[in-house]
Write a protein that binds this ligand. Structure first.
Ligand SMILES: Nc1ncnc2c1ncn2[C@@H]1O[C@H](COP(=O)(O)OP(=O)(O)OP(=O)(O)O)[C@@H](O)[C@H]1O
Ligand SMILES: [Mg+2]
Length: 482
């Protein structure tokens, strides 16, 4: 299916500014011809928005997003894998040097997994230094927080490596939505050799060898008191327990128990420290309001990568594949990624592949722009057709600045935003009541925003994370091209 576009010029109800946006239409169908079952928002109210579908103006960067896959003639060969599953280059087909560069690039800049070793880890010297100091000198517990994809898991993996080199016993665990306190801490205890417990003498019988601390825990369920009793008797080592993705824990009693455990461990100067990580914009959001442990916890916010850090991340791709990103490409990728290492890798990888496809070793601004367009196109295509249709509607176009502001407001809290936060991003000219009205026009089971009433506030979120990503990156690109 081919994406066809037309363009509209719209006046935002909230800001009063006129902007030009594309419309994504599938197979050339207009919104009002959308298949049955798809929600097509009402065309914008002429009293609020001026829509000029005849306009052909639009930011140039959108053009290539709208081009289809290109002609697929009958003689064109089906795509094939370029390397075998054991990473051997297939001999038939393309130049083995190119194929090798592609593989090296995937290993150096692939964006799908956290970094687990320091040779793939760019920048973050300050964060790693603060984390080490908090554990080693301040002897406190640490909460690492920041937006999705900012590099929390990568940081704790590299930190864990460094701590293990200093003979700490580091145990890594990921929290799930269903996580229970006793299950999680029984699993941690099951990886701590019992020989580190004060009750076991070093010359203990053979039978004590190969046993773990969980054997000293009660059979059924237990709470923070039992586990802190156990951990208070650790001797001969220091232990770091990492609870990654702590924001996913749904059970409030889990968080209360962890806060209680932190308090108990601190009061008893136990040789066990916790490192929690999660998507949040501040410490309280992650650990809850817990004044009793404030003295015992250090919050470590993850900030966006600097330009120098982006450069050093891309340099890993350069070394691996024998390429060079020029300054313009580096700066464009840095701006578009807005400090997210995930996006730097995604865009850097794409841009470098495009240069390789053209048999060039210099990755320039053109490749970087093409990478942004490709990523935007992929994100758009991966949305449900319903969401694409709504984004392409004139109602969405009329409210585009509001939608972008909502995406920005949700960045630090896993997509969630409130009316006041969106109004704050938009500025004083936009009264919260008008912002709320506009947001609500996109709320619904078949629409792009979901709404949750928490009892004390209304929280909104884009139903598909891809929508927020698209809005943010297309706004950044439009800002560059305007
Ligand atoms: N310092 C770094 N150097 C190089 N790549 C990095 C760095 N930090 C993160 N990345 C890359 O960015 C992407 C996201 O990183 P990571 O998974 O660590 O983020 P996260 O904050 O844990 O994300 P989430 O909130 O989804 O759990 C990964 O592809 C990872 O390889
Ligand atoms: Mg993570």
């Amino acid at each position: 299916m081919q994406l066809v576009a037309s363009c509209v010029r719209v006046r935002c109800r909230l800001t009063g500014t006129t902007m030009v946006f594309k419309r994504w239409l599938r197979g050339g169908k207009a919104d009002d011809e959308a298949p049955a079952g798809y929600v097509v928002p009402q065309r914008s109210n002429p009293a609020h928005a001026i829509v000029d579908p005849g306009s052909r103006q639009r930011p140039a960067f959108l053009d290539s997003i709208l081009q289809g896959e290109g002609p697929e003639g009958a003689n064109v060969m089906l795509p094939r894998f370029k390397a075998s599953a054991s990473d051997d280059i297939q001999t038939s087909g393309e130049d083995p040097k190119l194929a090798r560069a592609r593989l090296a690039l995937r290993d150096a800049l692939g964006a799908s997994q956290p970094v687990t070793s320091s040779d793939r880890f760019a920048g973050r010297h300050d964060a790693l230094g603060q984390l080490i100091a908090a554990i080693e000198q301040q002897r406190v517990h640490v909460v690492i927080y920041g937006e999705r994809g900012i590099g929390k898991t990568s940081l704790v993996h590299v930190f864990a490596d460094t701590a293990r080199q200093a003979r700490y016993l580091v145990i890594y665990g990921t929290c799930g939505t269903e996580a229970r306190f006793d299950d999680m801490f029984r699993a941690f205890a099951s990886r701590i050799p019992i020989l580190f417990h004060g009750s076991v003498v070093p010359t203990a019988a053979e039978t004590e060898h190969g046993k773990y601390l969980d054997s000293l825990l009660p059979e059924g369920s237990f709470g923070p008191r039992e586990i802190s009793d156990l951990f208070a008797d650790i001797v001969g080592t220091r232990i770091i327990l990492i609870l990654d993705e702590y924001d996913r824990v749904a059970d409030p009693s889990f968080r209360r128990d962890v806060a209680e455990l932190i308090k108990n461990l601190s009061d008893r100067a136990a040789r066990v420290q916790l490192v929690l990580t999660g998507v949040a914009s501040n410490l309280d959001e992650l650990i809850g309001y817990a004044p009793s442990i404030r003295r015992n916890v250090v919050g470590l916010p993850m900030r966006p990568l600097t330009l120098a850090e982006v450069r050093s991340l891309l340099a890993m791709g350069e070394t691996a594949a024998g390429l060079h990103f020029n300054d313009e490409a580096t700066s464009l990728i840095s701006t578009m990624a807005n400090g997210s290492p995930y996006l730097v890798r995604l865009l850097g990888h794409r841009a470098a592949l495009m240069a390789l496809d053209q048999r060039q070793t210099l990755v320039d601004e053109g490749h970087a722009r093409a990478a942004v367009e490709k990523v935007l196109g992929d994100w758009n295509a991966s949305l449900p057709l319903r969401a694409q249709t709504i984004l392409a509607s004139s109602a969405a176009q009329a409210e585009w600045p509001l939608l972008v502001a909502a995406a920005k407001a949700g960045m630090a809290s896993d997509g969630w935003f409130t009316v006041d936060e969106v109004a704050g991003v938009l500025g004083n000219a936009n009264p919260p009541a008008a912002v709320e009205r506009s947001l609500r026009s996109f709320v619904g089971a078949n629409n792009i925003i979901e709404l949750v009433d928490t009892g004390h506030e209304h929280r909104f979120r884009f139903r598909y994370p891809g929508v927020a990503s698209m809005l943010l990156m297309s706004a950044a690109m439009a800002g560059l091209t305007s």
